[in-house]
Write a protein that binds this ligand. Sequence first.
Ligand code: RIB
Length: 297
Amino acid sequence: MITIIGSINLDLIARVERLPAPGETVPGSAFSTAPGGKGANQALAARRAGASVRMIGAVGSDAFAAQALALLEEAGVELSRVGKASSPTGIAMILVGGDGENVIAVIPGANAQVSPANVEAAGFDQGEFLLLQQEIPLATIDAALRRARASGVISLLNTAPFHKETADFLHLADYVIANESEFDLYSGVLALVGDSREEKMRAFAAATGRVIVVTLGSDGVLAAAPEQFLKVPTLPIAPVDTVGAGDTFCGYLAAGLSEGLSLEVALRRAAAAGALACLKPGAQPSIPFRTEIDCKL
Ligand code: RIB
């Protein structure tokens, strides 16, 4: 079982020829809505990878709530601990440029009400997996990581979006998953020693005894554990829309580790899943199914 505690959004997506500079207006070519939120995206990715998944989070009592949960429900993610908050369902305003890159603004809404009390109420079994991101209150993430350690739960923390305050508790997670810019920012905050990213990753793993995974987009993935350093390639693709690719990677990685794959094999599969998620528009609609990955490896 993988528990995800995290955000649930409805994504409002505009396709534009190119991303505008500040103060600039650019013409768009299409508008769509799709379920999103880093937590929900990762839950769906883990489920499509074949894991049993439960989601802890919150939506509002508005019309967006059902849309935001639709694909999780259809996939069979356990949703009994998704609460109804007094705030509206979280929203992400997303612009996707012609090169597949994006800019995103998130209005947290109900996600801001996911509290340490929700963690306490959840109940965890020893040996299960917990996957977290940073779109819910930081106190809740801290409480969840502490609860995981106390309960013998294996925890993964995806450090998106970056918050410098979480540098204080990164060491509580068994696996930290960052993109390159997040890792470089944490390296500064934590004053990690080394002349290169690889040396700083090794320094983090040696100091904490944990695994640090850094995603590099088309350059693949690096991972440092106390006794191991891995470089894993990804699939070559021409991206259509990169929204949700990192979430797909995280969900697939958690699923792979929970089924007992080695770190290297789990990373390879997760990297391939993240690449395939760039080939279709929308965060959740683009998350590939396990069968689509297995034939590529
Ligand atoms: O990581 C992509 C996600 O970030 C989107 O689905 C959006 O909801 C934001 O949370």
